[in-house]
Structures are given as structure tokens and as C-alpha cells.
Design a protein. Sequence first.
Length: 176
Amino acid sequence: MNTLVKAQEHLDEFMNSDEKCVLITGTHQYQKHVLALRTVAKYAEHSNILLRVNALQNLGTILEEPNANYKSGVGYRTGNNKLFFDSLKTTTWRNTPHNIDYAILYPLDSAMKSNNMQELLDDLLTYKRPQKVFFVSWTDHYDYSSLNSVVDRHIIYDVEEEDPEYHQRVLNVIKR
């Protein structure tokens, strides 16, 4: 089973390795990015963390703070770290610092269907140069094999143990 415990174990191994990029997929649609954020927070000290999302107006929903109004380029304190936000729109990238320690791209699905995936990868991996990059899927409708050249580890985080019915519904949607 690809449970939280197993996913966290694999993420801890990733964080303690020389690996740079991880792909997180699975049926736990609304918790994979939370797991990535928690993992980074667990290891980061005085770090700049980037959360790149499909659209800035979705941040409130993604972070489960519907009334929040986050802005690109602002470093929001979280513990002893700063969390920055930008989106798939390249115009937001110049607002975030290029000295990023950790980057999380969520939902990966939106990036996969965008026309600027290579530019996005170049910005994250070459320009921002974080220590670790988390590519986090939402629905797993896409073939992520185009990332094989940059992804060092693939972790699956399913909701099968916590909510078997939800797990099966997500699998049914993916099969369509």
C-alpha cells in the first residue's frame, strides 16, 4: 500500500539523499502537496521555499485558506522559512527570488498541458536552482514520462487505507 507512512518514509529518504527531483503521484488528490510542504518544513532551516501553482487566484483553495490574498514575490514567514508563490505564467517568475532552496510545483497536471513546460523546467532547475524540487500531481491523468530525465524518485501517495471508496472513485476517473 502507498500510505502516508510509506510516502513519508520515501520522502525522508529523498530529503537525506543527493537526489534533486521527486515526482509525487497517487489518489490522495488534496493532500500530496500538503505532504510536500510539511516535508520541506521538517527539513528546511532559514530557507526560501517556492510554491508554483497553476494560478495565483487558486492559492486560497490550495492552501485551504479561501479568504487569503497571496501575492507573487512576497516572502510569507512560515516558521523560520520564507514561502514564495508564483504561477505557470512566466510574468510571475521574475517576482520570486532566484535563490530558492526548495520548489514545489502543484498541480503538475496544469504544467503538463501548458505550452511552456520546457521553459518552466529551465526556470526551476537552471535559474532558480533549488536543492530539491517536488513535482506534485493532482489527478494523474497525464503521462509524466517526459520528466524521466529530471526526476530521481517517484513516490505514490494513495488514500486507499484512509478512504477506500474515494481511492476507488479516483482510480475509476483515471481509467476513463
